[in-house]
Design a protein around this ligand. Structure first.
Ligand SMILES: N[C@@H](CCC(=O)N[C@@H](CS)C(=O)NCC(=O)O)C(=O)O
Length: 205
């Protein structure tokens, strides 16, 4: 039997898409969450000095997007065709860009720069990327799935991104389009994800 361990901080952020894929696929895994106190001692044991990493059949692998892609491919959440995979990769790239802007604004120490980054994030980047997501969802018949008619990695990445945005600014949920709300509800009503989300620990981001 294969051994699968996901190691990350006790956060959603870059680790949660991997967990969401595994939960959606109904795969058993060990959800290891390191505290910030444990981190300095654990850092040298990671493949690239950062989290998340996974241990799969005794070997360690890193880089969050590569890991999410791998588990999605391995367990059937990467669409059915090469074009589905391309669409998923597009969404993945877009999501990564926006996540990057969220964290840059969140962790900026200079107050003036932080205010500038936050304003650009909420007034420009978020509406622009929501527009991209809405367009892509319309290409798949406004089903609330980016590809096909079941949850894929793309839906889970955007679901997690929307959670991160809500954590920073709850009112942003009022600007979600019907298509984005449909995506959220598709994820929330998936039987395995529904059970996971109901018991998931509430962490800050
Ligand atoms: N490109 C990497 C970035 C990983 C990353 O920035 N990890 C952060 C947590 S989200 C981390 O390990 N920070 C602690 C450190 O760098 O010491 C990935 O996507 O996995």
């Amino acid at each position: 039997m294969s051994e699968l361990k996901v190691v990350y901080f006790d956060l959603r952020a870059r680790g949660e898409p991997i967990r969401l894929v595994l939960e959606a696929a109904g795969k058993k895994y060990e959800d290891v969450r390191l505290s910030f106190d444990e981190w300095p001692a654990e850092k040298p044991n990671t493949p690239y000095g950062q989290l998340p990493y996974i241990v799969y059949n005794g070997k360690k692998y890193g880089q969050s997007l590569a890991l999410a892609n791998f588990v999605a491919r391995e367990f059937g959440l990467y669409g059915k065709t090469n074009l589905d995979a391309l669409r998923i990769d597009e969404v993945s790239g877009l999501t990564a860009d926006l996540v990057d802007s969220v964290f840059k604004a969140k962790f900026e120490n200079d107050e003036t720069k932080k205010a500038e980054l936050s304003q650009k994030l909420w007034d420009e980047a978020v509406p622009k990327y929501f527009g991209f997501f809405n367009t892509l969802l319309s290409y798949n018949g406004n089903t609330g799935f980016f590809v096909g008619s079941t949850v894929s990695l793309a839906d889970l990445l955007v679901f997690n991104l929307l959670d991160s945005l809500i954590a920073e600014k709850a009112e942003i949920a009022n600007t979600f389009s019907p298509e984005l709300n449909k995506l959220r509800s598709n994820v929330q009503k998936h039987p395995f994800l529904n059970a996971y989300l109901a018991k998931r620990k509430n962490v800050p981001f």
